[in-house]
Ligand binder design. Structure first.
Ligand code: ACM
Ligand code: ZN
Length: 489
């Protein structure tokens, strides 16, 4: 392991200073980083504290920025170290996804989370910009996307669902929603870039797209009797109208976001309307497909070629593995770790965000004490214990890890922060720190101290002091009543 050669004692959350040693003093910084990967060299830094002065060394402005954030963290925590910190990241993609469709939180919220990410040395904000519950990005080529679906009846996702998925317009005083203008998104991209954070936009396809069909029925499947499948979840991969819309929108998206990766979703297409659709059937005949699923592969390949022709790469949720992934695509594992494992075996670059460990819309403590959430327990300790490089997986293709915050049950910015902190501290440490140097007890102490800092900075957080024994134990599943729970932190 290359990085251990350098005695990398940094920790993602708070780098632990190490004593000044003659070797470290006499090794030039350039020499000290020479054996790191080029992308690691860009982020590496060394800080020397001699009690009076602080010296920062870095090869790039990015490295200098990471060092400044370490100093800021130490200052906020009231720590006055002496010695040397030599620090660089383990993984190049250290991400957070925020779902802006199910609840719309706005520019100030996103900037505030970018500030937190910078402090934690995270470097990718993935924005889920559209889903059935609302389209959240201005489009000049297809303006009805926002005009018709950025506002809905129903403050929360579930109220909207219970009211049978009704949209409304901006002038409805009872409507809920909003969208980002291009100017706002450019401002956000610049704000993130100043903090060495890339914003990856996601335009979801072909599933999770009810709102697109509502605004533009030409993307919907057509029944042999001529009727369109109104209210369908999936876009029609047989219709050229679908590709015209997606390509026009993606072009606008790429004009706003310089990110080398463009997320195209790809998850949970039901494919229900495709077998009854004249255009889908025609497409299958033309292409010689025998399985309806191949239509998803067709859509992904066409969109990938379009995105590539604009000098970018696609990233998709792990379902894209099921229908033949185009070369150069990045796979994001979310249905557990299997997608990552398979992508690795096939030689694709992959990002790990398994729902088992990295979904921060899941419960962080007992159901009875928490606001309604999803799934199983993803406690601080459990998520901290996540190791993204599973046995047999190729480290060369592991781009990184990401936490995802889906917001069907998270209607407000405050609630979103409550779900993120302190769990995002754990993700940051997993992404930054070599696995061999992670250690939960020390992390928990530092996380507890940093949580106070976050509260003083105005973030809503989970209360670590009231954490149940079960959550503290790091168990994932609820054990039978009466089972003794070991606590050793
Ligand atoms: C997902 O959680 N459906 C990617
Ligand atoms: Zn169709």
């Amino acid at each position: 392991m290359k990085f251990l050669l350098f005695l990398a004692l940094s920790i993602g959350l708070v780098p632990a200073p190490v004593k000044h040693t003659p070797e470290r003093e006499h090794t030039s910084f350039k020499k000290a980083v020479a054996q790191l990967e080029p992308w690691q060299q860009e982020e590496a830094y060394r800080i020397t504290f001699d009690g009076k002065h602080v010296k920062i060394e870095a090869l790039t402005p990015q490295g200098r920025f990471r060092a400044q954030k370490t100093l800021e963290q130490l200052e906020l925590l009231g720590e006055k170290p002496v010695g040397t910190i030599f620090d660089y990241p383990r993984l190049r993609h250290r991400g957070l996804m925020i779902d802006e469709s199910r609840s719309f939180k706005g520019l100030a919220f996103l900037k505030k989370q970018i500030d937190a990410m910078a402090l934690l040395k995270l470097n990718v904000l993935h924005l889920h910009l559209d889903d059935s519950a609302g389209w959240r990005i201005e489009s000049e080529s297809y303006p009805d996307l926002t005009r018709e679906t950025a506002f809905r009846k129903g403050r929360t996702y579930h109220e909207w669902e219970a009211g049978k998925y009704q949209f409304t317009t901006a002038d409805d005083p009872d409507g809920y929603g909003g969208y980002y203008t291009k100017a706002q998104l450019k401002e956000l991209v610049a704000y993130a870039a100043e903090r060495f954070i890339t914003v990856i936009p996601e335009i979801e396809m072909p599933g999770h797209s009810m709102e697109v069909g509502y605004a533009y029925p030409q993307v919907l499947c057509e029944h042999p009797n001529g009727r369109l499948h109104m209210g369908a979840w999936d876009l029609c991969p047989g219709s050229e109208g679908t590709f015209r819309l997606l390509e026009a929108v993606l072009k606008e998206v790429m004009d706003i976001f310089p990110s080398p990766l463009i997320h195209i979703g790809g998850d949970e297409a039901t494919m229900k309307t495709w077998s009854q659709c004249v255009n889908c059937r025609k497409r299958m005949e033309q292409e010689g497909f025998t399985d309806i699923k191949e239509l998803q592969g067709y859509l992904v390949r066409r969109i990938e070629a379009f995105v590539r022709s604009h000098g970018r790469r696609i990233i998709g949720w792990d379902e894209i593995l099921e229908t033949g992934v185009p070369e150069g695509a990045v796979v994001q594992s979310w249905r557990g770790v299997e997608g990552g494992r398979k992508a690795s075996a096939l030689g694709y670059d992959y990002i790990m965000s398994p729902n088992s460990h990295c979904y921060y819309n899941y419960y962080q403590d007992l159901i009875r004490k928490e606001p309604k959430a999803v799934g199983e327990l993803v406690s601080l300790r459990f998520t901290y214990g996540y190791e993204p490089l599973g046995e047999g997986m190729d480290p060369a293709h592991l781009l990184g890890v990401q936490a995802n915050l889906w917001t069907e049950l998270i209607p407000t910015p405050e609630h979103a922060e409550y779900m993120l902190y302190p769990r995002l501290f754990a993700l940051a440490e997993t992404a930054w720190t070599p696995a061999a140097l992670k250690e939960y007890k020390g992390f928990r102490k530092r996380a507890r101290a940093l949580l106070d800092v976050f509260q003083s900075l105005g973030y809503q957080t989970f209360d670590m002091d009231s954490e149940s024994d079960l959550a503290r134990s790091g168990l994932q599943r609820f054990p039978p009543e009466g089972t003794p729970i070991p606590i050793d932190d």
